[in-house]
Ligand binder design. Sequence first.
Ligand SMILES: [Zn+2]
Ligand SMILES: [Zn+2]
Ligand SMILES: [Zn+2]
Length: 142
Amino acid sequence: MSGGEELLRSRGLRVTRPRLAVLDVLSAGGHLEVDEITRRVRERLDSVSTQAVYDVLGALSRAGLSRRIEPAGSPARYEARAGDNHHHVVCRGCGEIADIDCAVGEKPCLDPNTAHGFEVDEAEVTFWGLCPTCQARRSADD
Ligand SMILES: [Zn+2]
Ligand SMILES: [Zn+2]
Ligand SMILES: [Zn+2]
């Protein structure tokens, strides 16, 4: 049994070839757009519709096997690193995304001074800046 099969079974998900292929693509790391995931899945399986990939990503996300992020101005992206409440730093220049460990590790890792009676269960933290490549490009332009 492959690691992917074990993962799916451990979360009570049926093992299917598209699910295994998507898990495999995500396990390579990074924050991938659905188009990119679909392209890579099709390198492994012949006919997989984009809708099927969306369905798989939905099932994996609900089972805690993948995480969906959607930084402002960017299409949704998916990653295998789920459940550790890590944060992201996004480059304003090129959209590059990197992981930032959460110092606390659990939601919500920030406590608002006043929550207006809301029961807060998550703080969505996104850091914005310029990646090393874009910094170098900027200084070259100066
Ligand atoms: Zn950049
Ligand atoms: Zn991430
Ligand atoms: Zn945090």
